[in-house]
Design a protein. Sequence first.
Length: 255
Amino acid sequence: HKEEGKDIEAEDLIKFVGDHVAKANQLVVEVEESHKEERKRKEEQDERDKTLSPLKKEIDWLHTEKIKFDQKLEKKSNKVLRLMEDLNRLRQNLSLSSETLPELQAAKAIAVNNRNFKEASRLVKEIKQAETEKAEWEEQIALLQTKQDHSRSQLQTLNDQQQQITNQLQTAEFSHDSFLLEALSVDLQRLKTVLHALIETDSFEQAEVVNNELSLLITESEALYIKHNLPIPDSHNLIASSLTSDPFSRSSSSS
């Protein structure tokens, strides 16, 4: 009996050691898998950064250029408006002068008819002054009109350049955001798989963290879809609906 007891103890010890060795080996495998997964994610992130970084730099540069053109456009637009106001004022003066000259000419004729040569002489001087002012206003109007035409041409050129910058910016942002959406889609699928695995193993604290991360990624993705007026894919909606319908409900009901 003593010998049988010793055999049982030895078997228990061997089993105990074997179980611990198996657990240790499993832990080593899990750690290695975790490190492998971490390395893979880092490599993916490095690849993303390699693609997104130059696009981001281009977008930042285009934003800066657009701001410069906005400022130039505002300045040039204000100049065109000022020239227009000056032109309108001079044209009003010219119009008034054009109305006044015939009246002065008529008054002079009446003065001459009445042998009122003193009044006629005064009116002649007034007519000459009015004609001089009219000529000056016509000259100023011609000069301002030339300036305004030149400024309008410059304004149109600036508008065209700004539109070109805007188009380039939209293209760069679309390229950047399209690539980012693809990356986010991969992350969403991966996190959804991780979340379900954590729920199955009752790892609810970790599941809560992953669930929050998923919600943030969904919000970020939806903002990009809306920004570019893109339809939200069905797969994305499925992930979002699975979150809003309480991802822990299956485990809660099963327990």
